[in-house]
Ligand binder design. Structure first.
Ligand code: 13P
Ligand code: ZN
Length: 286
């Protein structure tokens, strides 16, 4: 076992994997996690990097603002439930080159393997979140959250409708994600289409539902990213129970638009006006 595992960033990374597994979000190899390391993290871990780094691997995506960054990544096909048991075989640290278009493994995946198949999506969205949050966001986390997946198969594919359902089902949702949640239609996992569609969402939202697949969130640290995933999935669970109890009809007593505005004022957060003012015949929550 390598001492790199005792470092602050590795510890927090592994803890998030365990918390997601405890929630039942990571069947088999489902889900993936990337973390853009700070300079201090890199300094702390560098002494444990492989003496000879792996070969550079060119990606079909590039991002200048991620040149020379280091990421902790889950391996493709690796089980998040094994991350704490054998981290050196389930996760890796990758370095990005000067051009921001290639990576090489500098630690981990010792039994072989490569970063998650969703790495192009994580990479492009890490770039966007770094830009739109002025460098604050570092974590991108994807999980197979059952209630979000179930509701994505019964609601219209609409960011506004999905957000209104969550906000109106559980009181503190609009404080945790006042910008709302984006919804991406069903797409092939790991492809460039899902990467681009998610990027369009991540310009304005810090979470995107992948229809019939799961949820993709971004945050400044592991706790905030996990908390966002957890809050959205829990609100989806509440909404699903309420909808089922009513036989699929609109629940009778959800939080009104005026009450949402009052929550925003009371907590000093600005709610997404496009979502608040959204009206549609297809929307059970309008
Ligand atoms: P990976 O094992 O390649 O990370 O894929 C899991 C997944 O959830 C794809 O969306
Ligand atoms: Zn997935």
């Amino acid at each position: 076992m390598n001492n790199i595992l005792g470092t602050k960033c590795m510890d927090a990374y592994i803890r998030l994997c365990n918390r997601g597994v405890e929630q039942g979000w990571h069947e088999r190899n489902g889900g993936n996690l990337t973390y853009r390391m700070t300079e201090e993290d890199v300094l702390e871990c560098k002494g444990y990097f492989n003496a000879v780094p792996g070969e550079w691997v060119k990606m079909n995506v590039s991002a200048e603002n991620l040149a020379n960054e280091y990421f902790i990544v889950t391996g493709s096909g690796k089980f998040l439930s094994n991350v704490s048991l054998e981290p050196q075989n389930a996760i890796a640290i990758v370095e990005i080159n000067d051009a921001g278009d290639s990576y090489r493994i500098v630690w981990g995946l010792t039994d072989g393997g490569k970063p998650t198949s969703e790495f192009p999506t994580h990479f492009m969205n890490q770039s966007i979140r770094k830009r739109v949050t002025n460098g604050e966001n570092r974590v991108i986390y994807h999980a197979h959250t059952p209630n979000v997946i179930a509701l994505s198969s019964v609601l219209p594919v609409s960011s506004e409708i999905f957000t209104r359902m969550l906000w109106k089902s559980a009181t503190e949702c609009c404080v945790v994600f006042p910008g709302g949640v984006g919804v991406v239609p069903w797409m092939i996992p790991g492809g460039s289409d899902i990467a681009l569609a998610t990027c369009a969402m991540m310009e304005k939202y810090d979470a995107a539902v992948w229809t019939n697949h799961g949820l993709f969130v971004s945050g400044p640290d592991f706790d905030i990213a996990f908390g966002l995933m957890h809050t959205i999935e829990k609100a989806a669970e509440v909404a699903a129970i309420a909808l089922a109890a009513r036989g699929g009809k609109a629940p009778l007593n959800v939080i009104s638009d005026d009450s949402l505005r009052q929550i925003g004022e009371a907590f000093g957060v600005k709610l997404n006006e496009d979502v608040l003012n959204f009206k549609s015949e297809d929307c059970m929550y309008c």
